[in-house]
Ligand binder design. Structure first.
Ligand code: NAD
Ligand code: 022
Ligand code: ZN
Length: 375
């Protein structure tokens, strides 16, 4: 069949809207009509050419929602008409990682996914016989796309596509980092560095978890009002603090008779390795945990004095909020439908596919929290 898609033709070039050939689903695969997709940082990272693993030409996009149109042989968990969210972290429930119960990083299709291919080693996309690569196993910048059954979460059909697509990455990453990775307890203190599309979701995760003091840190003062909407209790702009931000934050979080400061949990949502160090060092002596969510540029390294760890701080990382997609994503959609979490205010821009490059410009300029393309 033919489908309309925004094609990444080369590094640093704008996406081009084209008619693309799409082959139907093979065994264990599902054809999905994408109804809406968010634009996220990794799409930009890959398109810019900064991603050393980026492959072109490709169809980017990994934050979508849509409807099952057709299923291949052997597909049992999905049928035509089901509403689904694509998963860049699949959940096969049978690989050693899934069975370990210790990680969400399913390995069933990992190597082919990284090469921009379906699990059988081929691509379903082409133009005039020339192969177009898949991206993060999703390629949601195409109106129709093919995914493995294990990379689709079946969700409530009443949920609006133009909002729940954000659960495909940003919402689940932020809320999941709090609930699955940090396992924040009621009454905790927390600091969130970077109040963008991820940090705001960490804030609402902390509110859901019952954290007491929720400090937001951002160099952009416009983000104060945003943070307050999602549960932030205090705001700090590092540019307006004299000297080092770490002692300032430690002082703010002093509690108890011994007056040792530092937050129980801190989160990096910037991708800046200097900020990652600040986040670790602003966590509490003896038990503080710092969660790295931000993805740093290729070749970047983090540093701290080992003493920071010896004195009981823990550095952790999280991918897709530690969520097991087929199990957890439908629950997050239900939380949205029940009003437990907010999504609508974070979707600051809605665009047509023809205007997708505008969405990248808005993200670049820091003008958007999330732009969503509606097909
Ligand atoms: P964003 O650009 O919307 O937000 C980043 C925020 O950080 C901005 O508000 C910016 O002003 C602020 N900031 C920049 N430098 C700062 C500094 N020195 N101190 C404090 N704040 C600073 O980005 P986003 O969409 O929220 O994504 C954040 C990061 O999370 C990115 O690196 C993204 O790739 C990553 N991410 C990771 C996962 C995962 O699974 N681990 C998933 C999605 C996104
Ligand atoms: C999503 N991300 C950033 C913004 N939006 C993002 C990027 C990378 C990862 C997670 C989220 C990530 C963390 C760890 C891994 N990835 C490796 C997983 C593994 O090896 O099992 C990651 C993922 C997918 C891809 C590349 C890296 C890919 O499909 N190309 C989950
Ligand atoms: Zn993303």
């Amino acid at each position: 069949m033919k489908t309309r898609a925004a094609v990444a033709v080369g590094a640093g070039k704008p996406l081009e809207i084209m008619e693309v050939d799409l082959e139907g689903p093979r065994e264990g695969e599902v054809l999905v009509e994408i109804k809406a997709t968010g634009i996220c940082h990794t799409d930009e990272f890959t398109l810019s050419g900064a991603d050393p693993e980026g492959i072109f030409p490709a169809i980017l996009g990994h934050e979508g929602a849509g409807v099952v149109v057709d299923v291949g042989k052997g597909v049992t968990s999905l049928k035509k008409g089901d509403h689904v969210i694509p998963l860049y972290t699949p959940e096969c429930r049978s690989c050693p990682s899934c069975l370990s119960r210790k990680t969400n990083l399913c390995t069933a299709i990992r190597s082919t996914q990284g090469q921009g291919l379906m699990p059988d080693g081929s691509s379903r996309f082409s133009i005039g016989g020339e192969k177009i690569f898949h991206y993060m196993g999703c390629s949601t910048f195409s109106n129709f796309t093919v995914l493995p059954e294990i990379a689709l979460a079946k969700v409530n059909p009443d949920a609006p596509f133009d909002k729940i697509c954000y659960i495909g990455c940003g919402v689940t990453t932020g809320i999941g980092a709090v609930i699955n990775t940090a396992k924040v307890e009621i009454g905790s203190t927390a600091i969130v560095f970077g109040l963008g599309g991820i940090g705001l979701n960490v804030l609402q995760g902390l509110r859901l978890a019952g954290a007491d003091m929720i400090i937001g840190v951002d160099i952009n003062n416009d983000r104060k009002a945003w943070g307050e909407k999602f549960g932030m209790t205090h705001f700090v702009n590092p540019k307006e603090v004299e000297g080092d931000i770490v002692p300032y934050l430690v002082n703010m979080t002093k509690r108890g008779a011994d007056q040792i400061g530092g937050a129980d949990y801190t989160f990096d949502c910037t991708g800046n390795v200097k900020v990652m160090r600040q986040a670790l060092e602003a966590s509490h002596r003896g038990w503080g945990e710092s969660i790295v969510i931000g993805v740093a540029g290729a070749g970047q390294e983090i540093a701290t004095r080992p003493f920071q760890l010896v004195t009981g701080r823990t550095w952790k990382g999280t991918a897709f909020g530690g969520a097991r997609g087929r199990t957890d994503v439908p629950k997050i959609v239900d939380w949205y439908m029940e009003g437990k979490i907010l999504i609508d205010p974070m979707i600051t821009h809605t665009l047509k596919l023809e205007d997708i490059n505008k969405g990248f410009d808005l993200m670049h300029a820091g003008e958007s929290i999330r732009s969503v393309v509606v097909y």
